[in-house]
Design a protein around this ligand. Structure first.
Ligand code: BGC
Length: 373
């Protein structure tokens, strides 16, 4: 439960630090604002603790020791999904599930392989499945297969199309999706730059911000939305922007991103003012390429990621990365497990659940880091 509460507190703490920041014009105001913020934090802390306790009591009403959970992860070799699955299993165990009844499969980035694993779960008669699809476009077929067996399914991380999600509701299918709205993470990346100011980000002062875009697997809506909304935030603010070359696909992978950024650096050199990466693994690869080219983040280039991996948080804290966005694997994994439990108990389950992202800059990187440890 500890991490769940931390996660809830994170946003509370951030609101509090914002309030403190707002009132810093005079000592008196600062003190007053701090007190107000503290009061608010206390109230919110209590509320968050209560909510977490209630949620825990609600899901703890059943006996899950003999319930079987079948989990597929699109591939184990993914930093973010590794954090996610570890937390998911730990949380299920904390709810009373037995570790030996939780099966987690590595779908090895192969939809056919995942479909086999799902068929094995059906044969085994699991009580609920939690599925991180390899291809979101396979959702309809996979859902029909699982639904025909009467087993409920919770999709995580890779969101099926809205029309498919709506079909679950209209056809009374026991399926739900738990994730985050990737538009928000893209927008947050853009907002960080807006906060820095156009005169700062337009390093060469030519009136436009020139960027490269390092994209995750484009089949994934997270990659599509982050690519679009990071830049949209800038153009919505009236900034002129220029994409250097094409969007570079690096499939969420550090080594691939390092190579792509290295190539872009040899082609565009100092023209590159911003490196947008759809996730932190790729931002870490970008950072290696920038270091090798003698570029200094915060001085002659800006670098943004998403996820809040430990290494990225440390870099943001020290200024080695401009910012990241916390992709709340704790909130998402807990919500997914809670939805699985609700299915088992025959309780009502929402069509989708959306967990908020959190913007992380030098100001709150240390705080986020310590809340995750
Ligand atoms: C994360 C990526 C991850 C991907 C997997 C995204 O939400 O930000 O780091 O590779 O999910 O689908």
């Amino acid at each position: 439960m500890k991490k769940r509460i931390f996660s809830a507190l994170l946003s509370v703490a951030m609101v509090a630090s914002l309030l403190v920041g707002c009132g810093s014009s005079t000592t008196t105001t600062t003190t007053e604002s701090t007190t107000a913020a503290e009061a608010e934090t206390d109230a919110a802390t209590e509320a968050a603790t209560e909510a977490a306790t209630e949620a825990a009591e609600a899901v703890a009403t059943g006996d899950y020791a003999d319930k079987k959970v079948g989990i597929c992860i699109y591939k184990f070799d993914d930093n973010f999904m590794t954090l996610f699955r570890t937390e998911l299993v730990n949380y299920l165990v904390s709810l009373g599930f037995t570790e030996s009844n939780i099966t987690v499969m590595d779908s090895k980035n192969d939809q056919a392989e995942q479909t086999n694993q799902i068929n094995n779960f059906i044969t085994e008669g699991v009580d609920v499945m939690i599925i991180n699809l390899v291809n979101s476009s396979a959702a309809a077929t996979v859902t029909d297969t699982i639904n025909a067996s009467g087993i409920p399914v919770v999709y995580i991380n890779r969101e099926p199309e809205v029309a498919e999600e709506e079909r679950w509701a209209t056809e009374g299918i026991k399926a739900t999706y738990v994730g985050a709205d990737a538009r928000q993470s893209g927008t947050f990346q853009g907002e960080v730059l807006i906060d820095l100011g156009q005169d700062v980000v337009d390093i060469n002062g030519d009136g436009k911000v020139s960027y490269i875009m390092i994209q995750g697997d484009p089949e994934n809506i997270d990659a599509q939305y982050r690519t679009e909304y990071s830049v949209k935030a800038l153009t919505d603010a009236g900034w002129e922007v220029e994409l250097l070359g094409a969007v570079q696909r690096a499939d969420w992978d550090q080594a691939t991103a390092q190579q792509k950024v290295q190539d872009a650096l040899s082609q565009y050199g100092e023209q590159i003012e911003v490196v947008f990466c759809n996730n932190d693994a790729m931002a870490l690869g970008a950072k290696q390429a920038l270091d090798a080219a003698g570029r200094t983040v915060g001085e002659d280039v800006f670098l943004l990621g998403v996820d809040a991996l430990t290494e990225a948080l440390e870099l943001v804290q020290s200024g080695g990365m401009t910012a990241t966005v916390f992709n709340d694997h704790i909130g998402q994994s807990h919500q997914a497990a809670d939805a699985a439990v609700a299915f088992i108990n025959g309780e009502e389950v929402q069509n989708t659940y959306v967990v908020d992202y959190v913007k992380v800059t030098t100001e709150n990187a240390a705080e986020v880091l310590s809340s995750l440890q």
